[in-house]
Ligand binder design. Structure first.
Ligand code: 5GP
Length: 112
């Protein structure tokens, strides 16, 4: 795992980790776009983008979503609301090629 997130998983660079289990870790985004901005990433598998995931990763992808909802509750934004984003490739705005789910909340989301 040669991305910056691989280094975070291996504890080679620091991150504010808020959750870890057998399948994912979650940590605060270094450049937060909302009062709560967490990144949820697979920790055992190298999946650069959603395009690279297949049915073997179906459970992992579901686990990422359920982890997001649990973390939203933990951070007090489950009822007020939150947004989940997964960017894919250049025009999707992806900059780190290690699959990740953004959890954003704590303010009114706009757009779309
Ligand atoms: P993307 O644009 O690929 O969907 O999202 C990548 C996210 O990773 C960005 O929101 C960016 O702020 C965050 N990020 C990039 N490098 C680091 C880092 O070293 N530490 C942390 N905590 N977040 C990072």
């Amino acid at each position: 795992m040669d991305t910056i997130f691989g280094k975070i998983i291996r504890r080679e660079i620091p991150a504010d980790i808020v959750h870890e289990d057998d399948h994912v870790i979650a940590f605060k985004d270094v450049n937060p776009q909302a009062p709560v901005h967490l990144l949820i990433i697979p920790k055992n598998e190298e999946i650069p983008t959603l395009n690279d995931a297949d049915e073997a990763q179906q459970g992992l992808l579901g686990h990422m979503l359920l982890t997001a909802s649990k973390l939203a509750a933990d951070h007090g934004i489950a009822e007020s609301g939150y947004r989940l984003i997964m960017n894919c490739n250049k025009e999707g705005g992806q900059t780190v090629y290690h699959l990740h789910l953004h959890l954003l909340g704590g303010r009114q989301m706009k757009g779309f």
